[in-house]
Design a protein around this ligand. Structure first.
Ligand code: GAR
Length: 189
């Protein structure tokens, strides 16, 4: 199963996926390409480290969505990879119908909350400010409804009285780093 990862940030989840692959824990999945919409994103540094092509793909002029010529550019680049699965690992853009139709049923997203609670931006901060005691992360299929597609799996995190926003965020990320590679491995089998 040929996997393409899209990300905008530091890439800790892409790193977890690549470490799982190195350790033989990614089933029949192989990461063939990383794309980022930000030239300075940490995720791009994983390419040379793991021997995977990692490429900046400009999505301008839009800031929060993938649309227009940039969408077409992304579709062509991913098609050239012959991707079986597209993993959104911190890709901070809304996908439009053109992209979703081109890769229908092949896109999964990681979200740092127990959906359907706290969709959208800053899922961790939203949960923290709401004061929930049970939180977590979700991997779901991507549909037109932002963070609303069918849930594939979730992991639970408990917020203890001595947690801070920082320690809570660390727990969420640790849960993500286990959940996402496990889901990819399972899908590949
Ligand atoms: C992750 O926490 C992921 O759940 C979140 O971005 C972070 C990326 O971290 N995604 C979203 O909020 C999507 N709405 P990373 O770059 O270290 O993998």
């Amino acid at each position: 199963m040929r996997v393409v990862i899209l990300g905008s940030g530091r890439g800790s989840n892409a790193e977890a996926i690549l470490l799982a692959q190195q350790a033989g824990r990614l089933g029949r999945a192989v990461v063939v390409q990383i794309f980022s919409d930000r030239p300075d994103a940490g995720i791009l540094a994983l390419g040379p480290r793991f021997g995977v092509p990692a490429t900046f793909l400009d999505a301008a002029p839009f800031k929060t969505k993938l649309d227009g010529a940039a969408e077409e550019h992304y579709i062509a680049a991913i098609n050239a990879c012959r991707a079986d699965l597209i993993v959104l690992a911190g890709f901070m853009r809304v996908l439009k119908p053109g992209f979703l139709t081109a890769f229908a049923g092949k896109i999964i997203n990681l979200h740092p909350s127990l959906l359907p609670s706290f969709p959208g931006l800053d899922g961790i901060g939203q949960a923290w400010r709401r004061g929930v005691k049970i939180a977590g992360c979700t991997v779901h299929s991507v549909t037109q409804e932002v963070d609303g597609g069918p849930i594939i799996d979730q992991a639970v995190v408990r917020i203890e009285s001595d947690d801070t926003l920082e320690s809570f965020a660390e727990k969420i990320h640790a849960a993500e780093h286990t959940l996402l590679p496990a889901v990819i491995a399972r899908l590949s089998e």
